[in-house]
Design a protein around this ligand. Structure first.
Ligand SMILES: Cc1cc2nc3c(=O)[nH]c(=O)nc-3n(C[C@H](O)[C@H](O)[C@H](O)COP(=O)(O)O)c2cc1C
Length: 156
């Protein structure tokens, strides 16, 4: 099984909702060809893990390379592994940059349990690298989501 990780830079500042929608479509397509993995976005760059049959991963990667929503692709890993790290995810999306004390530990916990240590380190350090204005934006969104989840009485 091929396990591939790359980082890339978003061409424009993609709204988080757009990244979520893109990952949902990607997940549906990946499921058809037996690809699993995860996609992290820190407001500026992507890090993606793709795992599955070598031909399927490479064919998907060729399409991803042509996608104009990002560029400057750098491969971090391309190797044979014997077990999937994200067996339950056609594409898990991780949108959390690390800005608060203890948030690195939280982020690491949100990674699938079967993620190997080297992959945890790669994704956690990627998610930790983020510009302060982007942290503020994502924090704002997180607050809105928390408020929306609260009972109506607590919202007024
Ligand atoms: C950062 C990023 C990650 C992507 N991940 C996937 C993916 O895992 N699987 C997938 O099929 N498409 C993924 N896409 C979308 C593909 O690039 C492409 O738009 C989609 O597969 C449709 O390709 P087509 O228009 O050539 O049919 C991703 C795009 C970006 C920008």
């Amino acid at each position: 099984m091929l396990s591939l990780i790359y980082v890339s830079t978003a061409t424009s500042r993609l709204p988080l909702a757009a990244v979520e929608a893109m990952a949902d479509r990607a997940a549906a397509r990946n499921a058809q060809v037996g690809i699993t993995g995860m996609l992290a976005y820190n407001g500026e760059s992507f890090m993606q893990l793709l795992e599955g049959d070598g031909d399927a991963v490479l064919a998907t990667m060729r399409r991803i390379e042509r996608d104009t929503r990002h560029g400057d692709i750098n491969y971090v890993r391309q190797e044979i592994r014997y077990q999937r790290e994200c067996p339950d995810w056609s594409m898990k999306t991780l949108l959390a940059p690390l800005s608060r004390m203890g948030s690195a530990a939280l982020f690491t916990k949100s990674l699938p349990r079967s993620t190997d240590l080297d992959t945890r380190i790669l994704f956690t350090s990627f998610a930790s690298t983020v510009r302060p204005d982007i942290v503020a934006k994502i924090e704002e969104r997180r607050q809105r989501v928390v408020l929306a989840d609260m009972p109506v009485a607590a919202n007024v």
